[in-house]
Design a binder for this molecule. Structure first.
Ligand SMILES: [Zn+2]
Length: 332
């Protein structure tokens, strides 16, 4: 129950402390104790799907120093192990996605589907730095689990995450910087959605029109001075597209050509055959969008974002095999 809630709603750290005491859990924490929420949440997590992450650790004297990793080796690792590993290298930007940037002891973290692929991947990655070893963790990264709950007027609290199905209720506005804002109507409530430029989905959002039926998922940002509570969109699933039309001059059926106006309130005439018509028509415009799931670019993925190749995949095997190399201390 605690884990289910921690997955998508903000839990007060005092509730975590109370929970630990009530259940006789031995605990300690550093800082303000917000980490207890994550720790208890992780222990009680009911995995319906999971991935693994291999974390390699630096030697103590290297903590806080710059990480030097061979970029081509990460690219090669991804080519050789995809789709059993994911989100390691952004081929469009040539960027390594497996190294953290802080002073923590982790040198790199490779995410994937099984132990053997991760161990193989770790052997392809090259660096001059001598590492201490690795540990493999079971995780909900790449599962999209944080977006599985329905956001409603009641549950859409600041820092909550979830999904929402509704009808686009205004014309999307493109703000400075290319970020797109629009509203959707769901169960008689309107919700603001923000699609930021770096997600690569802002163009999609800008092509939405009033009446489109969509599901969006994302995190709730608390209201600011300039904006009400808003969903930071992490995916857009288009369920149905409204017909888009524009008013234009009639078409001559015989010549398949647009008629020309003869002047104000004078009607229209085909310049080729002379056929006349009095009224303008509603011309259908083809939509630039498809009924499908739009996902962010991998450089904009959050930890739990479900990557494209994991759509429809469920990793359910939960038996722990002792024979696999879950950890290793390097001898160097
Ligand atoms: Zn004609």
């Amino acid at each position: 129950e605690f884990s289910d809630l921690a997955l998508w709603q903000l839990i007060n750290r005092n509730n975590a402390k109370k929970f630990a005491k009530k259940n006789n859990l031995e605990y300690f924490y550093k800082g303000n104790g917000q980490g207890l929420v994550g720790a208890i949440g992780a222990i009680g997590y009911d995995f319906q799907d999971h991935t693994l992450e291999l974390l390699s650790y630096r030697k103590k004297q290297k903590f806080g120093k710059e990480r030097k990793i061979s970029i081509p080796s990460v690219k090669e690792m991804q080519e050789k192990t995809y789709p059993d590993t994911f989100n390691s290298f952004d081929t469009k930007k040539g960027r390594v996605l497996i190294t953290p940037h802080g002073p923590d002891p982790v040198f790199f973290g490779v995410r994937g589907e099984n132990v053997n692929s991760l161990v193989y991947a770790s052997k392809i990655i090259k660096s001059e730095e001598k590492l201490d070893g690795y540990l493999i963790f079971k995780s909900n990264q790449g599962t999209g689990d944080h977006l599985k709950n329905e956001l409603t007027f009641q549950t859409m609290k600041p820092y909550a995450s979830g999904k929402l199905t509704g009808i686009v209720s205004n014309s999307p506005k493109v703000a400075k910087g290319g970020h797109v804002f629009f509203k959707i109507l769901s169960n008689n409530n309107e919700f603001w959605c923000a699609v930021y430029k770096p997600t690569g989905m802002s163009v999609v959002a800008s092509h939405l029109i009033k009446g489109d039926k969509i599901t969006v998922g994302g995190g709730v940002r608390k209201a600011s001075k300039n904006f009400p509570r808003i969903i930071n969109v992490e995916f857009i699933n288009i369920l149905s597209l409204e017909k888009q039309t524009k008013i234009s001059n009639p078409i001559c059926k015989k010549c398949n050509k647009k008629m020309k106006s003869k002047g104000k309130e004078q009607g229209f005439q085909c310049i080729r055959c002379g056929k006349k018509s009095s009224k303008k028509i509603n011309e259908k415009i083809s939509r630039q969008l498809e009924k499908k799931l739009y996902l962010p670019k991998i450089s904009a993925h959050r930890h739990l974002t479900r990557p494209k190749q994991r759509q429809g995949i469920q990793n359910k095997s939960s038996n722990f095999k002792n024979s696999l190399s879950w950890f290793c201390v390097y001898e160097n």
